[in-house]
Design a protein around this ligand. Structure first.
Ligand SMILES: Nc1ncnc2c1ncn2[C@@H]1O[C@H](COP(=O)(O)OP(=O)(O)OP(=O)(O)O)[C@@H](O)[C@H]1O
Length: 246
């Protein structure tokens, strides 16, 4: 399997504190990966580097085939390259309908010139319906986003990200605040999405990670401490020591 994203020996320090320490990581075109690790392990900083929010002091972040460095690109360009990021808190337009939120996300996909003359078309209405059904909101298109449950808002935001057709989706703690039923649906959604794109899920909830049933990368002090199946990493004495507890 060829890598879509290859993080190669990156390090970054904040005021002399090394938050990311010679970290290497790679993920394939259609792969689901869970990233876990104790507080302060560097998970957020890792995502900040991939999305161009933070520049590493050293190392490289390579993207696509033939690989090009993301380090030369700004955040907006990296997003246009196909890197989508879902933050922990949903940021949808609460006063707008689900359909309008998705329509706006489609519009955001256009170049500035195309946006000037852009009107919702039948094609975009079909695409909005497809996006809604992809994230399980087909029956909620006319509802205001503010009326949705927390889980449904998260799915709507994922749908809005999908409008940009990302090749890599970074998802931060999707299970937080969700009901059990919503968690199960979210697991199924992420597994499904990873059939056609790369998905990296940062998560603390080990039951949720277990249900993702994917390769797990454990970060600690800015480096990879262990990698493999959840059973493999949770048997690792170092992982037990720093993360799971005895
Ligand atoms: N802008 C910054 N300035 C100073 N220190 C920072 C900055 N960003 C992160 N850090 C430090 O870098 C380390 C890694 O932080 P990071 O937020 O990446 O960890 P994390 O694994 O996401 O933690 P959590 O699970 O708590 O979200 C922490 O010690 C944090 O305090």
């Amino acid at each position: 399997m060829s890598a879509l994203l290859e993080v190669d020996g990156i390090s970054v320090s904040f005021d002399g504190f090394r938050a990311i320490n010679n970290l290497s990581f790679s993920i394939g075109d259609a792969e689901l990966r869970a990233v876990i690790g104790p507080n302060g392990a560097g998970k957020t900083t890792f995502m900040d580097i991939v999305t161009g929010k933070t520049r590493p002091d050293s190392g490289d972040v390579k993207w696509g085939t033939p690989p090009k460095s993301l380090l030369r690109l700004n955040e907006a360009r990296i997003a246009r390259e196909g890197v989508g990021r879902k933050f922990q808190r949903p940021t949808v337009f609460e006063d707008q309908s689900v359909a309008d939120n998705l329509t706006m996300a489609l519009k955001a996909d256009r170049s500035p010139f195309a946006v000037l003359g852009w009107r919702p078309s039948r094609a975009s209405a079909t695409r909005v319906a497809d996006l809604a059904s992809e994230v399980g909101l087909a029956d909620h298109l006319p509802r205001k986003a503010g009326e949705l449950s927390h889980g449904q808002k998260q799915w709507l935001e994922i749908g809005m990200l999908l409008a940009q057709e990302p090749r890599l989706l970074l998802v931060d703690e999707p299970a937080a605040g969700m009901t059990l039923a919503e968690r199960e649906q979210t697991t199924a959604l992420l597994v499904r999405l990873a059939r056609t794109r790369a998905v990296i899920v940062v998560e603390h909830d080990m039951d949720f990670v277990r249900r993702l049933n994917c390769k797990v990368t454990v970060l600690h002090q800015g480096s990879v401490l262990a990698e493999g199946s959840l059973d493999h990493v949770t048997r690792n004495p170092d992982v037990i020591d720093v993360y799971l507890g005895r």
